[in-house]
Write a protein of this length. Sequence first.
Length: 257
Amino acid sequence: MKLLATDYDGTLCYGYGDVMPEDLDAIRRWKEAGNLFAVVTGRSGLSIHRELDKYDLNPDFIICNNGGLVFDGEGRRLSENYMETITAIDLVYAMKEMDDVCSVMVNDGMARHKICVNPQLEDPRHPGVKADLPEDEALSLPRYCQIVVSMTDSQAAEDMAEQINHFFGDHLAAYPNNTCVDVVAKGVNKGEGLQFALSWADVDEEDVYVLGDSWNDLPMIEAVPNSAAIVTAPEAVKAQASRTCTGLSELVGDLLA
C-alpha cells in the first residue's frame, strides 16, 4: 500500500480556480488501486473541509494548518498542536505595526478570522474576506493553531518570515507561502504532520509520494525520498524535490504506469 500526499492551493487547486477534472480522475484511480490519499494544506479545518466537500473528495488523511491539525478520513482529530496564546497575540500586535502587512488571519484550528491591518493596501491573498468578529474578540480566542500574515507580494512575505523567525523563533515557526506568511507553533510543519499520518497508517517512507508548490511545502518535500514539485514552484523549492511535474494527474499517471 502506498500513500500520495498533495498540497491544495497552487498544487491540486490552482490559485482561486478549480481542481482539474483530470486530477480528480487521477485521485479516483489512485484510490481504486488500493492506495491512500492525503491532503496537506495551510488552510484551516473548516476551509479545507468545504473545498473537499465541493469536489466530493474523501482523503484518508487531512493535514491542515500546516500540520497543526491531523484528521482521518472519518473526520476524527488524530493530532492537535497550538501556539502559546500570549506569543500568538504578541505576534498579531507586532504585525499591526508593519507598513507592508495587509491583514492578519487568526484561527483556532477550525475557523479563521480576519484582522485588517492596512486597509489602504490591496490584499492579494484574502481580497474578498471580511472581518466576521470584532478585533477584540479575534484576539480573545481560547487557542490559536495558526496565524497567516498577508503581505503585499511574495518577496515581502519571504522577508517577513525571516523577521518572525528571528524575533519569535524560540516559540514560533514562520513559512513564506506565496504572498503570505504561515505561522505555527515551533516544531509544527507539513513534514511533521505527514510523518504522524504515516505512523498512524503504518506506511513506510519509501512508499510515500508528495507534491507541493511553495516554501511551506518544503518540510514534507524533504521528509520523504519520493517528492515532486509543480513546475511553477520557486527554483529553490524545485531543487529540493526529486522531480517536477505539471500536476497531480501527471504524477499519478507515472506512478500507476
